[in-house]
Design a protein around this ligand. Structure first.
Ligand code: HEC
Ligand SMILES: [Cu+2]
Length: 328
């Protein structure tokens, strides 16, 4: 019955399509390096899905290309063609194989989800606040808040995602998973970072005009450095004047001028020329400003007129205010 199958032309077409499919999969760097246990599992599942789909894609497309080429109707041929009856054997085969494939994918996917969400007893709890257009991170156990996420390596981090205005989405590509921050509810993500380093935090949900700049960083550090970070930040909170929230405490604590200069260069110098000492930018020259410390802090934090708010918060705000004070 299969004597008529055109093995050679089908094989040639199949090899060409398989080569193109494999080349675009292998020659392009689709994914960042996996830097969390979740990323390793998720990327593994992703590639499994890809190659499984690629096999079916090559088979179906090869037959399609061959059929289009071989049995193309002549230009003046308006007939319907001869009638066809079903082929039971073929139908059983093309039902059974996808059923097995889908069950495999479902089981594999379930296992990955189950492991990705296994909660560890010694996890670090971090509250992630998304807001147009910045991220802040609260450490409820230490009572502090920062603008950069700092987490220890080889220990689980539980991120409690919250939004203060509209829907945002917390995404660190290297961590392999992302989660929506939705007003009114808390969405939880668990990450087990596997390698020290600094990775970008990106908002992956269109949330307004500043969406594309809604970024911050996550620093994965050793357990020792993490403890030092907690102690240092807690110390800074204590040094600050009495204020209602931990965030406000950090913002009013004495800032670091040198750190502020670096932050200014990254976040403010696009509009304030000469690192704030010159006129001629989108924003005014800050040298010679008549604002007092609280006034500078207020504009730097909340913006004013054409200047956007939310660029800096927590210790970054304190540092940048110290810098502006120093050039004023
Ligand atoms: C998108 C451009 C832009 C960015 C980025 C920007 N600014 Fe501004 N800034 C402005 C504009 C425009 C004004 C004038 C606002 C007004 O009064 O209408 C201003 C005003 C200010 C003022 C008030 C000056 C005064 O004397 O009244 C301060 C202080 C200031 N900016 C600090 C900062 C700091 C600190 C940063 C970085 C965290 C920053 N700006 C980032 C555009 C910008
Ligand atoms: Cu956002």
């Amino acid at each position: 019955m299969y004597k008529n199958v055109p093995i050679i032309p089908l094989a040639v077409i199949g090899i060409v399509i398989a080569a193109i499919t494999a080349a675009q999969a292998l020659l392009i760097d689709w994914l960042p390096p996996a830097q969390s246990e979740q990323a390793e599992r998720t990327f593994g599942l992703l590639w499994f899905l890809f190659w499984l789909s690629a096999i079916f894609f090559v088979i179906v497309t090869s037959i399609l290309v061959y059929a289009v080429w071989k049995w193309r109707a002549k230009d003046d041929d308006l007939e319907d063609g001869p009638p066809h009856h079903g082929n039971t054997k073929l139908e059983i085969v093309w039902t059974t194989i996808p059923v097995i494939a889908l069950i495999t994918v479902a089981v594999y996917g379930y296992i990955v989800l189950e492991r990705n969400e296994a909660v560890a007893a010694d996890r670090v709890n971090v509250d992630v606040y998304a807001q147009q257009f910045n991220w802040t991170y609260g450490y409820p156990d230490a009572g502090i808040e920062t603008g950069t996420l700092v987490v220890p390596v080889d220990r689980q981090v539980q991120l409690n995602l919250r939004a203060r205005d509209v829907i945002h989405d917390f995404w660190v590509p290297e961590f392999g998973i992302k989660g929506d921050a939705v007003p009114g509810i808390t969405h939880t993500l668990w990450i087990n970072p596997t390698k020290e380093g600094t990775y970008p935090v990106i908002c992956a949900e269109l949330c307004g005009v500043g969406h594309s700049v809604m970024r911050s960083e996550v620093k994965v550090v050793s357990e020792q450095e993490f403890q030092a970070f907690l102690t240092r930040s807690t110390g800074r909170v204590k040094a600050g004047t009495a204020a209602a929230t931990a965030a406000a405490k950090l913002e009013t604590a004495p800032g670091d001028e040198a750190a502020g200069k670096t932050i200014f260069e990254a976040k403010c110098s696009g509009c304030h020329a000469g690192l704030g000492t010159e006129a001629g930018g989108v924003g005014p020259q800050l040298k010679g400003t008549t604002l007092d410390t609280a006034g500078i802090r207020n504009v730097a934090k909340n913006g004013r007129g054409a200047m956007p708010g939310g660029l800096v918060s927590g210790t970054e705000l304190a540092d940048v205010v110290a810098y502006v004070e120093s050039i004023k």
